[in-house]
Design a protein. Structure first.
Length: 582
């Protein structure tokens, strides 16, 4: 202890920074000096700046003490990087290859809504699909929004209805709200307490889930393209403007006439993120800086493929890091992380991820929380990166074997993380495959299988993970061998190298028939016969190098010459008769 305290303070801080939170608490209790060092926020603010390069960031602990934030973040990053990773591949044949609209997870169930407004329920603990839900009881469905507990739908005749997602029965009977829109519902957004809906005439309703009644109404000057809400505040986008609607502040307008591919809102930080595949804008709707904007634009042929905004509870600028909020943006080959509450001028991280050196890949989707960002690439390749430095922590999932799809370069259409910053589980959608992953302390035992005893401990988890990797590699090799065998068989049959006896006889008969149909004159016959005889004579005059028997009898030589002449004469006559007869 004395030797450790004799070291410079900077070295002591670095040593303490490598400890887990539980070990650090024990050390701080052992000496008042260590306790003072651990609780000194300014020391750890400096250490945080040295290690991560920033002092304004999204807080993991939401603590005012930099030491608590530093240790908790370091421990979480070690967990992502070192802990055992378990993945489940769940094949759901009903998933379309088109882009999915929304994914919500309430462990152990995952609700996936596709472009046709069908919700697929997948139980990730059992590794299978449980149900498919469709709002077939409502005619003229035009839009639907999925929340962790409900599905809210709108129809062409203005009806808004709520479906509760029950664990046993899933869709409870639809419950229409007390008031319907005067025209077609074009967009819906819902959270745990309210439903926000807009129609093609510019009407916006804010409805309460408990009473099923409309609490606020707004009227805009055009069709509502998209909207989001929080309590009594609504952000709505029309063809020419963005409208900030609040019962306490009134209505404000921000001109915006670009088409919209991405639309996110940070209600606590009062920032709107909107844009398309080549450019993003961040607009402030705070009273002190209303309408102020920053933007990010891609270069050349590159384009934005995914945007993810961290989920955040109520804002408190007094916490360590100023309580920022992470926005992750991915292009074809880049990952950028912004503290959106500081604008889009300068990213915290701007890297070109390196995940698979054997073949190229394209980034299709992204998910982010306070500590890590996950990027989903072609064929289910998923990488995990630290948000503040861009350091690669691990590969969550390698690219899926080709046998799952039959083709290569299948996009990872959606990737998601658990709802809390402390969660280390999530999933991805790749074609008709769902990948579920867990890192570290698992909610499902790592090797729990039906009808088998669970293997406990880290050794069992690693053993199962290794066996799974080996099985996947063997299956992939078998699949490639089958493809190669089929290709070789087709090629050999095309070249005639693998004919059966019946096929050879049939080919000979065809050739014979072709020869009979040809007209051959005597000169050709004579020339053909002479060439054959010359070849036979040249072959017969060659010495037999394999024969070692002595031949001393002259009579024997005479008989050989006579037999050769006789054989040549009979052969010539036979060939002439055969050709002339044909």
């Amino acid at each position: 202890m004395a030797s450790l305290l004799s070291l410079p303070l900077e070295i002591v801080v670095r040593i303490l920074g490598q400890l887990d939170v539980a070990d650090l608490e024990n050390v701080s209790k052992s000496s008042p000096i260590f306790e003072e060092i651990v609780n000194d926020s300014e020391i750890w603010r400096t250490q945080f700046k040295r290690q991560f390069g920033v002092t304004e960031f999204s807080s993991l602990t939401r603590s005012k003490n930099f030491s608590e934030e530093f240790f908790a973040r370091s421990q979480m990053l070690r967990r992502w990087a070192r802990d055992t990773k378990i993945t489940k591949i769940i094949k759901v044949a009903t998933f379309p290859y088109a882009m999915l609209c929304d994914v919500k997870m309430v462990y152990p169930r995952c609700f996936v809504k596709d472009a046709s407004d069908i919700i697929t329920v997948v139980n990730v603990s059992k590794g299978k699909m449980e149900a498919q839900l469709s709002a077939s009881s409502l005619n003229g469905l035009t839009t639907q929004c999925l929340s962790p507990t409900d599905s809210v739908v709108g129809t062409i005749n203005g009806v808004i209805a709520r479906h509760q997602l029950q664990q046993r029965f899933y869709y409870a009977n639809d419950k229409p709200f007390d008031k319907k829109h005067p025209s077609k519902v074009t967009c819906i957004y819902s959270n745990e307490t309210h439903c926000y809906s807009g129609d093609d005439k510019g009407n916006i309703f804010v409805s309460d889930f408990k009473t099923m009644k409309v609490e606020h109404e707004y009227k805009l000057n055009g069709s509502v393209q998209c909207l989001k809400g929080c309590r009594d505040s609504v952000i709505a986008v029309t063809k020419t403007d963005m409208h900030v609607l609040c019962s306490s502040r009134g209505t404000s307008v921000i001109p915006f006439d670009e088409y919209v591919d991405f639309f996110k809102v940070d209600f606590e930080g009062e920032v709107i993120i909107v844009g398309h595949e080549t450019q993003l804008w961040a607009y402030s709707f705070a009273s002190s800086s209303f309408g102020r904007s920053t933007s990010f634009k891609v270069n050349g042929s590159d384009h934005i493929t995914g945007v993810s905004l961290e989920t955040r509870k109520p804002c408190d600028a007094r916490v360590a890091g100023g309580d920022g909020l992470n926005l992750a943006v991915v292009t074809d080959n880049r990952l950028l992380i912004f503290n959106i509450r500081r604008g889009l001028d300068k990213p915290l991280t701007d890297i070109m991820p390196t995940l698979d050196t054997k073949r190229g890949f394209r980034i299709n989707s992204v998910a982010v929380n306070a500590t890590v960002a996950l990027v989903g690439c072609s064929d289910g390749l998923i990488g995990c990166f630290e948000v503040l430095t861009g350091r690669r922590l691990c590969i969550i999932n390698k690219a899926l074997p080709m046998r799952y799809f039959g083709v290569r370069d299948v996009s990872t259409s959606h990737i998601f993380l658990g709802g809390n910053n402390e969660d280390t589980f999530g999933g991805a959608i790749v074609g008709n495959i769902m990948i579920y992953f867990q890192v570290g302390d698992l909610k499902v035992p790592a090797s729990k299988k039906k009808g088998k005893k669970s293997v406990n401990g880290l050794i069992g988890e690693r053993k199962n993970a290794i066996h799974k990797v080996i099985k996947n590699e063997v299956d992939e090799i078998d699949y490639r061998h089958q493809l190669q065998d089929a290709e070789d068989e087709l090629r050999s049959r095309y070249n005639g190298d693998d004919l059966t006896q019946e096929e050879e006889i049939e080919l000979a008969m065809v050739l014979n028939q072709s020869m009979q149909e040809q007209s051959i004159d005597n000169e050709s016959v004579s020339s053909l016969t002479d060439s054959i005889l010359e070849q036979i004579i040249s072959d017969s005059t060659e010495p037999d190098i394999e024969s070692t028997e002595p031949t001393n009898s002259s009579a024997h030589h005479f008989d050989d010459d006579y037999n050769d002449e006789e054989f040549e004469r009979h052969l010539e006559e036979a060939l002439r008769r055969s050709v002339l007869d044909n």
